[in-house]
Design a protein around this ligand. Structure first.
Ligand SMILES: NC(=O)c1ccc[n+]([C@@H]2O[C@H](COP(=O)([O-])OP(=O)(O)OC[C@H]3O[C@@H](n4cnc5c(N)ncnc54)[C@H](O)[C@@H]3O)[C@@H](O)[C@H]2O)c1
Ligand SMILES: [Zn+2]
Ligand SMILES: [Zn+2]
Length: 371
């Protein structure tokens, strides 16, 4: 079929919204009408090149839609089902999946190629060329063909323009706190960068029984929103946060520090280590440019105070369990998704959405792919 998608043809270029050809789903694949997709900072890294990928590529991975057609062998979903996408493929049977780490599925390596999970070929073409898909999803599109392994069926009562956020921003921020940080009720928690992912870390910290929640963000509107989502204290940078945390905790510092700022760099880790309590944990969610970079770290402090630094991908969560659970919390009024959507865009306006993200205007911009 013919549909439309936002394609990145070259690094540093704008997204080009144009017609594409979509082949029929093959074994284990489904065609989905994409209803909504959030603008995650990771998509912005495709054009900067911070996130290496094949080109040309259809962006977008934080999405939700309705199944229209299923290929042979599909058993998980049927036409008409509402689905939220998992931004990581989890095959369910590799050693990582089978040992409970579906977010680290061994098939993750295929993501760089952007080709189908089944056979590493393309279903999407434009201008006579095969197109890669961000996270094997390519949700900046009116329709896509993807593996059923990345389609999580959800209650159709949940509006898809909110449900889409759970696909990445929510599961990532939430899981960084509840799965990766080792939080215990009464802990002091710091969230560095309270954008789309960070506010969900704030919500999770409140839910998990944090005592104080320090939100650090240079943008005043983000700090204001962080307070609405449950932060108890705010700071505009790492230095002021250090002074604030030191004063409030009487020098014990923050037991859990979750890093969700726009981009990770070697030079931010030492100030973050300083604000971490002994036996505390730093969870790194932010992406850094691929490859090694200089790092100055007080290793004496790490050893003597038994501090941990851990990475977290997709909230260190099992998407098959966590996505329906988070939507259930939303339906019960315990998780706020509504306030997170600060702006809605048409697919044609995806470049405006990214400029707004870069300029700090949005907590989360959402593209309505059928409007
Ligand atoms: N690990 C994962 O699975 C995963 C998933 C999604 C996103 N990410 C990454 O997480 C990061 C955040 O993504 P997002 O979509 O929430 O981005 P975002 O742009 O919505 O939020 C980033 C926030 O960081 C703030 N910030 C900038 N400089 C700062 C500083 N010096 N100190 C504190 N805050 C600062 C910005 O003002 C903004 O509010 C990105 O690097 C993204 O690629 C990782
Ligand atoms: Zn994302
Ligand atoms: Zn697997």
């Amino acid at each position: 079929m013919r549909t439309e998608a936002a394609i990145l043809w070259g690094r540093g270029e704008d997204w080009s919204v144009e017609p594409i050809e979509l082949a029929a789903p093959r074994h284990g694949e489904v065609r989905v009408r994409i209803e909504a997709t959030g603008l995650c900072h990771s998509d912005a890294f495709l054009s900067t090149g911070t996130l290496p990928s094949a080109l040309p590529i259809i962006g977008g991975h934080e999405g939700a839609g309705v199944v229209e057609e299923i290929g042979p062998g599909v058993s998980r979903v049927k036409p008409g089902d509402h689905v939220v996408f998992s931004s990581v493929p989890s095959c369910g049977i590799c050693p990582s999946c089978a040992s409970g780490h579906q977010n680290q599925c061994d098939r993750l390596g295929i993501m760089g190629s952007g080709r189908q999970l089944l056979d590493q070929t393309a279903r999407h073409t434009a201008r006579g060329r095969d197109l890669a898909l961000m996270c094997l999803l390519g949700t900046f599109s009116r329709h896509s063909v993807i593996s059923e392994a990345q389609c999580i069926p959800v209650d159709p009562a949940v509006p898809l323009d909110r449900a889409c956020l759970v696909s990445c921003a929510v599961i990532t921020g939430w899981g960084a706190v509840v799965h990766a940080s080792g939080i215990r009720p009464g802990d002091d928690v710091t969230i560095v960068g309270t954008g789309g992912v960070g506010v969900n870390a704030v919500q999770a910290a409140r839910f998990a029984g944090a005592r104080r929640i320090f939100a650090v963000d240079p943008v005043p509107a983000k700090r204001e929103l962080a307070l609405q989502f449950g932060a108890t204290h705010v700071a505009d940078g790492l230095e002021s946060a250090y002074d604030l945390i030191k004063a409030e905790t009487k020098g014990r510092m923050s037991s859990r520090v979750v890093v969700t700022m726009d981009v990770a760099r070697g030079d931010v880790l030492q100030p973050i280590l300083r604000m971490t309590a002994k036996l505390g944990c730093i969870v790194l969610c932010s992406l850094a440019a691929a490859g090694p970079q200089p790092l100055t770290l007080n290793l004496f402090d790490v050893t003597m105070r038994e501090k941990q630094i851990v990475g977290s991908l997709s909230g260190s969560a099992n998407p098959n369990v966590e996505i329906p659970r988070l939507l259930g919390l939303y339906q019960d009024g315990l998780l706020d998704l509504d306030t997170q959507v600060s702006q809605r865009y048409r697919l044609e306006d995806v470049n405006t959405g990214f400029r707004d993200l870069k300029d700090g205007h949005n907590l989360r911009g959402v593209v309505l792919c059928q409007s």
